[in-house]
Design a protein around this ligand. Structure first.
Ligand code: EPU
Length: 425
């Protein structure tokens, strides 16, 4: 029976919250680990559904997975075998596509279903596939499955038309064992890419330039196991920072890398949010008046598209008209329709939204149409008068570690209830 999240809004939050390891790094680090020939220990693993699904895929590949602590994962691919990835777990998240690069790199062959994940408008993977082809692979798509194979993988120069996070990471993984040098130009620069390159280099790969727009990978013959600690989740951090700005008396968000959050923090400063930033934390105190702002999403280090949805909720509380322009996923505005059900005054145009504030929000039934829409609904529920009921919460559980517990520890009133299918929809 599906569950909903219910939130009784209007409670001022207070206290400290620690941010978990990065989801978007973790979902790439797990497939990357199979490139090793020995056990890889990853710590700081968030407890989220995406990790459970990836672990299920690992087990199908006969990779041993141990979890000595809730945030530790030991991945041992010593007895791994390459099989067709057609299980449901593959379609439950988008990041299963990192097995394409990893298995192609290791075995020169991969056959897998189309990956799933949040629908944010069309999400093509043409750049991943072009990258594999540039390394010498042949790609075929038949009856819902990709088959990618190569006799040899040979390093090449690959220019990405769009600096895609997924394509950059996938090509890096396919290229670690390729002969000679691969160069990725116009590579994405997100911190998660540096984290994956760091893991691969600890395993013995030779990757230079991660975090810049030119990455070179010199192929190696063998990779070993290693130990790796995941970077903090900048999107989870950003979500709690927005929660603090929206409804906290005083809240400290710890285990963050403020440098990864500069675009958000500078926008919040422009709004007049009261913040004290240290080397690994930010403390936010209640502000009476929030100023409206204009925000445009951009690849890192620009304003993250994933934080656009949570931020929109805060903008409903600013005094005046704010504008959000979405340049990464121009259809990523489903949260606005849900917010409108709660009383927000938002006009949606082509790839942009105008938010007229301040508006009071009231609790009603809304849906988490995708992961970050879910985060936005949680923030709206915390702010709203009355009880908000959020359905489709599997999206939230894919990416937020113990969100109910973390919020309740801050003084929120969040709980789950079972509902029948009809009520959920
Ligand atoms: N794109 C193409 N062709 C491709 C790949 C991407 O046209 O082959 C386009 C996309 O359609 C999009 C743009 O390039 O317009 C950027 O997409 P990117 O490939 O960078 O996104 P992604 O790797 O699929 C990751 C995160 C997303 C995040 C985006 C943008 C993971 C697992 N997902 O997706 O995170 O929104 O980068 O930063 O890392 C989330 O966490 O909620 C989430 C959706």
């Amino acid at each position: 029976m599906p569950k909903v999240i219910k939130i009784e809004g209007g409670h001022q939050l207070e206290g400290e919250v620690a941010i978990s390891g990065s989801k978007n790094a973790t979902v790439a680090l797990i497939p990357a680990a199979v490139l090793a020939n020995g056990p890889v220990t990853i710590v700081g693993v968030p407890e989220i559904e995406d990790v459970k699904n990836l672990s299920e895929i690992l087990k199908l590949l006969n990779v041993e997975v141990h979890q000595p602590a809730s945030d530790h994962l030991i991945i041992d691919p010593t007895h791994m075998r390459n099989i067709d990835l057609t299980a449901d777990a593959v379609t439950k998240l988008r990041a299963s596509y990192y097995f394409m690069g990893a298995l192609l790199g290791k075995y020169h062959y991969v056959r897998m279903k189309m990956p799933g994940g949040c629908y944010l408008g069309p999400r093509p993977i043409d750049l991943h596939l072009k990258g594999f082809e540039a390394l010498g692979a042949k790609v075929e798509y038949n009856r819902g499955c990709y088959e990618i194979k190569a006799d040899r993988l040979i390093g090449d120069k690959i220019f990405l038309d769009i600096s895609s996070v997924g394509a950059t990471i996938n090509i890096m993984m396919a290229a670690v064992y390729a002969e000679g040098r691969t160069t990725i130009e116009n590579a994405a620069k997100e911190p998660e890419i540096i984290d994956v390159a760091t893991l691969l280099n600890k395993m013995g790969a030779c990757i230079r330039g991660a975090g810049t727009n030119v990455i070179t990978i010199d192929g190696v013959k063998s990779l070993n196991g290693c130990f790796h600690e995941i970077i903090p989740d900048r999107i989870e951090a950003g979500t709690y920072i927005v929660i603090a700005a929206a409804c906290a008396k005083k809240m400290k968000i710890t285990n963050i890398i403020p440098h990864h959050l500069e675009a958000l923090l500078s926008k919040l400063e422009e709004m007049g949010v009261n913040m004290d930033i240290t080397v690994d934390s930010v403390t936010i105190e209640h502000t009476d008046h929030l100023r409206p702002i204009d925000v445009t999403t951009k690849p890192y280090p620009g304003f993250a598209t994933d934080l656009q949805q949570p931020l929109t909720v805060l903008l409903t509380q600013a005094e005046g008209e704010s504008k959000v322009e979405e340049t990464i996923y121009i259809e990523r505005f489903k949260h606005c329709a849900e917010l409108a059900k709660m009383g927000a005054d938002i006009e949606i145009g082509n790839g942009e939204a105008e938010i007229h504030g301040p508006t009071s929000l009231y609790g009603t039934k809304v849906a988490a149409t995708d992961l970050r829409c879910g985060a936005a609904m949680i923030i709206a529920g915390l702010l709203a008068e009355g009880v908000t009921t959020i359905s489709n919460i599997y999206h939230i559980d894919r990416g937020y570690d113990h969100i109910d517990e973390k919020l309740n520890a801050l003084g929120a009133k969040v709980w789950r209830e079972k509902v029948d299918d009809e009520e959920e929809n």
